[in-house]
Design a protein around this ligand. Structure first.
Ligand code: URA
Length: 198
């Protein structure tokens, strides 16, 4: 079994044995190994589980659109998640129908995959880790919120790697205003500039 297959098997075992909360399937990271650039999201959603690939739903479309604006494409980057299974919650509506929706991963769920993500990063050996949203931000830095550090290059001394925090692409869905949009676009331009300097 090669290193990627081993990682996949470990993710499967963690998922199969997890009983604390509701979850629905798992995926692995996607993209070349090794790779200079890795993006780390939060956790897969319904589309990702169906297609067995990270960032292929609405957030993924937004992500890819902006990735292309800085002359990058998916085949040039690695993309993965902080939590490899899909955290879900079930809600019964008044008619008795049960709906399934995504929920953010709990800290304990992020911890379940700490070694797996560390191993993936070791294999990929990126020069820069771009965190998408608060969950991977807290996993790789001491910042408390994306609002205080987005669009700037940081250095993780323990990992000896650059970290570039960005808002999660789905934040565009919740912040539908010009100010947020131009700030988000500016962060991508700042990333483009940062990539030239590392
Ligand atoms: N959002 C994430 O954080 N990760 C995915 O893989 C998809 C959507």
């Amino acid at each position: 079994m090669d290193a990627q297959e081993t990682l996949k098997e470990k993710i499967k075992i963690i998922t199969d044995n997890y009983e604390d909360e509701k979850i629905d399937g798992y995926i692995t990271g996607d993209g070349p190994i090794p790779c200079a650039i890795i993006f780390v999201g939060e956790a897969p959603g319904k589309n990702e589980i169906e297609k067995r690939k990270p960032f292929v739903g609405i957030a993924g479309k937004t992500f890819e659109k902006y990735l292309n604006t800085i002359d990058l494409s998916r085949d040039k980057i690695r993309i993965t998640n902080t939590c490899f299974f899909r955290p879900i919650k079930l809600k019964e509506n008044p008619s008795g129908r049960v709906t399934v929706s995504n929920r953010p991963p709990k800290s304990s769920e992020v911890e379940l995959f700490r070694n797996i993500l560390d191993e993936e990063i070791k294999l990929v050996n990126p020069r820069i880790i771009i965190t998408l949203g608060n969950i991977p931000l807290k996993r790789f830095t001491d910042f408390k919120s994306i609002g205080e550090c987005h669009g700037e290059l940081h250095f993780n001394e323990d990992m000896k790697r650059y970290i570039f925090p960005m808002y999660h692409p789905s934040s565009l869905t919740y912040n539908r205003n010009e100010k947020f949009l131009s700030m988000y676009e500016e962060d991508w331009n700042k990333l483009k500039a940062a990539l030239k300097n590392i």
